[in-house]
Design a protein. Sequence first.
Lengths: 327, 114
Amino acid sequence: MAETMNIVEEIRNRVILGEYNVKNNFRIDIVHLDESTMEFDMVGIDAAIANAFRRILLAEVPTMAIEKVFIYNNTSIVQDEVLAHRLGLVPIKADPRLFEYRSTGEASAEEEGSEIDTIQLQLKIKCSRNPRATKDSADPRELYLNHMVYSRDIKWVPIGNQADVFADSVIAPVHDDILIAQLRPGQELDVIMHCVKGIGQDHAKFSPVATASYRLLPDITLLEPVEGERAERLKRCFSRGVIDIQDVAGKKVAKVVDSRLDTCSREFLRHDDLKNAVKLARFRDHFIFTVESTGILPPDVLVTEAIKVLMVKCQRFLSELDSTDLE
Amino acid sequence: MAGEGEKKPVLEMVQADGADEGCVTFVLHNEDHTLGNSLRYMIMKTADVDFCGYTITHPSESKINFRIQTRGSIPATEPLRSGLNELSDVCQHVLNTFQARVNEFKERQEEPME
């Protein structure tokens, strides 16, 4: 009973202390950053807000993806709907901040979409027999031309003034080598695709991250000095690099060097003599974020966009409150 | 006070008690735990809030019931407004810190190459 009261007191204190935390104790450390992945630490923030950022990264940062597929000719063995589904999942390298959402249902549903909200792409490919193949080869790469349809075969068709606006950047799929369909001689694909702006909440194809996750920094404390052979066993219970054996006055003593590398497998609890020597907890306000982008936007841009999305949500309700108050 | 008479109200107020303006349930449309939990956290830190909680009425409908009960006769829109402002400020602070650190990191990366 006393333990639960301590935990309740701790939670209450945490909420009150949080008042002073954000401006003073908050910091961000960037550990790793390249074009596709990013690892950074956010310290001094509460789980509610860190989770809000993670949820927004997954589901509410907009991207462009193929939505409507107009199939003029498909004689391949891939069914129309399966082909359309696969095309929708191909990531398209177009900056979504330069486009608008397509307004739903206001104009007629047949409206093709204008240059500010649609990207038009075309896939037109026909497979034929290779006249230069040797007589007894069995390799399809030799026998046929264009028998594998890759994402590099998707071509951009600029509409309106897009050719001038995007003069220096070509709009195309992020990766060249995504296999879309396989063909044999005589089969062809003639498809026009429209890309629109959307969010991951609507369909997962619009999600800009391969994944975005966070974990809490582990807190490993040794409650008693662990020496000699016990220290060796303790070192093997944790991930490599977490515990180091140091020579103190001739004896080998275990010391926690880097708790960040630990995966918290709790292996030490399986050893009767080690389970009371270590306390394993987590720092409640130290979040290690890992953001992997699909390539449409760099990961640091994604995080800034996610923070802006949360600010826009707050502003929307603030303006709602103000406008209903004025009535 | 109801939401606006438009086709899609974004925020509605449902008062349980006619006279008492301190206990109000707000209905926020097109929201989920993302805003609900973070807003609840910010409002709980406000001094004169007796009770603050949110619930998602049904997972198929994207709306949350957000309830605020204040101590004294403070209207419930006050802590809601201050909570939204504070959340917006926290986001701005995080954004500034993050962008500063990213620029620092990128400059540090370019130094060994020069």
